[in-house]
Ligand binder design. Structure first.
Ligand SMILES: Cc1cc2nc3c(=O)[nH]c(=O)nc-3n(C[C@H](O)[C@H](O)[C@H](O)COP(=O)(O)O)c2cc1C
Length: 276
């Protein structure tokens, strides 16, 4: 592959999609329950289009459809809160996205618990794992949405879910992520990336590390093939087989062939000498 992109063919199987797909491609972050309070009435709405915008001062953005009741409420209240739901709130989140606060009191409809904010008036949602309170500093109409930039005035977290980053402990303590439609997920595991030291040439080191990983995979495959070979030989000789070996093999993804199974069940019962 050349360093000049114009000389390279696109990877095999690449397909074009409508431009509107960009939003879905970028989805996957934790879903936010955005709460607002205006004229003594609270509202709550799931929002997945949100992003950090500045760290000093801390400002976050949420993109709210211009037609949504929430957009009107935030424009009046000039504040909003974000509560990050966990898996037990999965069905509530989806349901809240089908109702409009213009016609219905969503807190009444869902019986979600709330507790007081520290710096604004919009309530915080119980059963969540992190809460951010914001004062609106800018509102930018962009296409059919309004990007509300909120100066962060308070952050609270559940330490079972977050210390200085997401912990990904027990599944029910992980934030709920939105994929699209009615599909959600939680993050699976944490991986630690190794980066080249200043003294190392990054592209060479990265290439070497990929090769290292491939070599490890190759070695593991060879070791497993060797183990299967030995096992087959044991079966052929009619020797006892440690059932634990079979478990280990199954765990490492080794498939025994039909012949092996026949041998095992017919001629060479586990732990017994072969029948002629
Ligand atoms: C998981 C999820 C994420 C959503 N994300 C957004 C979003 O980022 N921006 C938006 O305007 N609407 C979003 N919606 C749609 C609104 O939540 C929905 O239209 C809601 O009923 C509006 O309520 P309201 O009329 O009380 O403002 C989302 C819906 C769901 C279920």
């Amino acid at each position: 592959m050349s360093n000049d992109p114009w000389l390279n063919a696109p990877p095999d199987g690449v397909e074009a999609r409508p431009n509107a797909t960009a939003g879905r491609v970028l989805m996957g972050g934790p879903v936010a329950l955005v709460t607002t309070m205006w004229r003594g009435k609270p509202n709550i709405v799931p929002i997945s289009w949100h992003m950090p915008l500045s760290s000093r001062p801390s400002i976050v953005g949420i993109a709210v459809g211009q037609e949504r009741y929430t957009a009107e409420m935030i424009q009046h209240a000039q504040e909003f809160a974000i509560s990050i739901p966990t898996r037990p709130l999965l069905h509530h989140v989806q349901y809240l996205g089908t109702l409009s606060g213009e016609h219905i009191d969503k807190f009444e409809a869902t019986q979600l618990g709330t507790f007081p904010p520290r710096t604004i008036t919009a309530p915080l949602v119980a059963g969540c794992c992190a809460w951010i309170e914001c004062q609106v500093v800018e509102a930018y109409p962009i296409g059919d949405h309004i990007l509300f930039a909120g100066l962060v005035t308070s952050v609270q977290v559940d330490p079972r879910s977050f210390d200085d980053r997401w912990l990904l402990g027990e599944t029910d303590t992980r934030p709920l992520h939105f994929i699209a439609g009615n599909r959600y997920s939680t993050l699976g595991s944490v991986m630690e990336a190794r980066i080249p030291q200043a003294s190392e040439a990054p592209e060479r080191v990265l290439r070497d590390r990929i090769e290292e990983e491939l070599e490890l995979t190759r070695e593991a495959r060879e070791r497993r093939e060797e183990a299967v070979g030995e096992l087959r030989e044991e079966v052929r000789r009619g020797h006892a087989i440690d059932p634990g070996t079979l478990d280990d093999l199954a765990k490492s993804g080794i498939e025994m062939s039909a012949d092996d199974l026949i041998d095992l069940s017919r001629g060479t019962m586990l732990g017994e000498p072969p029948r002629e």
